[in-house]
Design a protein around this ligand. Structure first.
Ligand SMILES: Nc1nc2c(ncn2[C@@H]2O[C@H](COP(=O)(O)OP(=O)(O)OP(=O)(O)O)[C@@H](O)[C@H]2O)c(=O)[nH]1
Ligand SMILES: [Mg+2]
Length: 372
């Protein structure tokens, strides 16, 4: 038995041992990829000829928790990635993946509506994917997105897909990462990813896009103090939105303050200095400047070979993100962990055990049970 077979057997054994089924099942890996499955081929051909229904079906497959459907989704993804690579080798221009992140209500969806409409008028085709962990519990923003991107959702050159609301954060981001590839296979050349500002999801999204933008409302100086520095450090641009009407003076102030704050931060890249822009998504003022900034970033990164290098690095990050998510699922749903969980949490809370020692106990039992 080779190393991979041994690993798969052990993974499948672990899955069988789980009392409650984890959120994903990777027994599909051992069944091999279904490259020649007629259903996969049909969806593949539908997607590359631009059929929206086929794209929606493809995304549903990669989002599926059913192992056979997931296998089909992975096979489809592999075909599309190969197809895209061949096109790029034959001279097709790189797509542009842009992340727009910010606090709830900062105006991300309205900005995507405005920017997306402008881009489709200029001949681009635009896919919008939303990652919204807050909607898992509230469901609120999803409703907002549908109404806020109304024109774009009616536009034949745009495709909008919301994250499934029942996934954990890892699931949502993994699906989003894979959905980006599916949208590119379908010929969309600008992919906009909207994410609500909860640190973890923002960092995950910054690892799947070419350019990461922070969308902020006009905020007073003291609010600025509370900003998560870590997020600003990964931003390639800060966009102060709602620079209109009564909010215009506050937007000007915010722009100046973000500009000085950015100057104090370590530079992320030698090739690019993050910029702060002021726009109004409502009146569309500043959208031309925003797109011209984004395009110049894209061009600089392509010309220096940094775009392809970044995408290569991101693939490795995602391999480990996937492994991390799956292992955590497996661990947390294992009987030895679920049995001891509340007791150990209580002992950590009342100071009888240190967090590290409690974690060691759980890990010890988990790995001990795998050896039996
Ligand atoms: N004045 C003004 N209001 C805006 C602008 N952009 C968005 N808004 C308003 O801000 C509110 C929130 O806008 P959304 O686009 O839903 O914000 P969001 O960041 O997508 O929100 P979530 O998805 O809930 O995180 C809405 O009432 C918009 O009408 C703008 O440029 N100017
Ligand atoms: Mg939104």
């Amino acid at each position: 038995m080779n190393k991979i077979d041994r690993l798969l057997n052990s993974a499948n054994r672990m899955l069988r041992n789980c009392a409650s089924k984890p959120s994903s099942d990777w027994s599909y890996v051992s069944s091999g990829l279904l490259h020649n499955d007629p259903h996969v081929s049909k969806i593949f051909h539908g997607i590359i000829s631009g059929e929206r229904a086929a794209l929606a079906k493809g995304i549903t497959l990669v989002e599926s928790l059913n192992s056979r459907k997931k296998a089909m989704g992975e096979a489809l993804l592999a075909k599309l990635i190969r197809h895209q690579r061949d096109l790029e080798a034959a001279g097709k221009k790189y797509t542009f993946r842009i992340g727009l992140s910010g606090a709830p209500g900062a105006g991300k969806s309205t900005m995507i509506e405005s920017l997306g409409m402008k881009l489709t008028e200029e001949g681009h085709s635009v896919a919008v994917l939303t990652v919204d962990p807050s909607s898992v519990s509230t469901g609120g923003s999803i409703l907002g997105d549908k109404t806020r991107m109304f024109k774009l959702s009616q536009n034949s050159k745009a495709f909008i897909r919301q994250s499934p609301s029942k996934c954990n954060l890892g699931g949502v981001t993994r699906n989003t990462n894979e959905s980006i590839s599916l949208c590119e296979g379908a010929g969309y050349d600008v992919i906009l990813v909207e994410t609500v500002g909860v640190g973890q999801s923002e960092i995950a999204v910054s690892d799947m896009v070419d350019m990461f933008c922070m969308v902020v409302p006009p905020a007073a100086g003291d609010e600025l103090q509370g900003l998560k520095k870590g997020i600003m450090e990964v931003a390639d641009a800060v966009i102060v939105n709602k620079a209109d009407g009564d909010l215009l003076p506050a937007a000007r102030r915010a722009q100046a303050e973000y500009t000085s704050a950015l100057k104090l931060m370590r530079k992320k890249s030698e090739l690019w200095t993050p910029q702060v822009l002021r726009v109004s998504s409502m009146t569309t003022e500043g959208m031309d400047k925003l797109w011209s900034l984004m395009s110049s970033y894209h061009q600089v990164m392509i010309d220096n070979g940094e775009l392809s290098a970044k995408r290569e690095r991101q693939k490795v990050v995602w391999m480990w993100n996937h492994a991390h998510d799956q292992l955590l699922d497996l661990f947390q749903s294992h009987p030895s962990v679920t049995r001891q969980r509340s007791d150990l949490e209580r002992q950590v809370l009342n100071g009888h055990l240190s967090p590290g020692f409690a974690a060691d106990l759980l890990l010890n039992d988990f790995f001990g049970s795998q050896k039996k």
